[in-house]
Design a protein around this ligand. Structure first.
Ligand code: DC
Length: 222
């Protein structure tokens, strides 16, 4: 099985670029950020304090996350319910980093992710895929862009989806999340030693997809 790990900060376009690159290569796309968001929503639905590791540990065995492909679109199911939209709200976005810092949550989701990678040719995107989840991935890419470019893109995306936020709010959120992701004690965001660094600040979506596809083809042909 071919395993491609794509890591990088939030808003670098990882998900949309990885999804399209996977489609062109005929691989399955696994959005691990969506899985952490679903886990955060699960904690919120149970009205548990996201910092309460013990309470989270108690409900974790019942956590059921499924990624399904519906007409080419990836849908996220939490305990049988389609939560694809609600996991993108600001509330869930704010809760996700706290829940994802929980080692038991990371272990649980990492097990699910490794199982998916064993059975399929995949592109998996996240924060710790090349470093922790798939340390033996065939290709490791670290995809990044400047905070301002990422905020501009994310803000535009939110407005298109009818969500309400200012550019400044989005930029503040991105900076806070970068700081948190880079400094968290477990699985901090950092490029794997053997990853290929790609910066999309100056290139558009199509060029980014092409760059990722070419990088993958190049690496696996060697
Ligand atoms: O990529 P995203 O914004 O959808 O990620 C949502 C949250 O999950 C974010 O706080 C980072 C976290 N995350 C993680 O800790 N590990 C991953 N492999 C993927 C995401």
């Amino acid at each position: 099985m071919i395993n491609v790990a794509i890591d990088g900060p939030s808003g670098a376009g990882k998900s949309s670029i990885s999804r399209e690159a996977a489609r062109r290569l005929g691989y399955i796309y696994v959005d691990t950020g969506a899985m952490y968001r679903a886990a955060a929503l699960y904690v919120m639905q149970h009205r548990i304090d996201p910092e309460d590791a013990e309470a989270i540990g108690r409900i974790l065995p019942m956590l059921d996350i499924e990624l399904k492909n519906d007409n080419g679109e990836q849908k996220v199911y939490l305990c049988g319910e389609n939560v694809s939209r609600v996991i993108r709200t600001r509330e869930v976005t704010r809760c996700a980093p706290i829940v994802s810092a929980n080692p038991k949550v990371r272990q649980c989701l990492s097990d699910m992710q490794q199982e998916m990678a064993q059975k399929n040719n995949i592109i998996m995107d996240g924060r710790d895929i090349g470093t922790v989840v798939l340390p033996n991935a065939d290709v490791k890419i670290f995809l990044t862009a400047s905070p301002e470019v990422r905020a501009r893109r994310r803000h535009k995306e939110m407005l298109e989806k009818g969500m309400d936020a200012t550019y400044e709010e989005v930029l503040t959120d991105i900076r806070e999340r970068d700081y948190y992701d880079e400094n968290k004690p477990i699985s901090p965001l950092k490029p794997a030693r053997d990853s290929i660094l790609l910066d999309t600040s100056e290139i558009d979506f199509e060029q980014s997809v092409q760059l990722v596809v070419d990088t993958i083809k190049n690496k696996i042909s060697k």
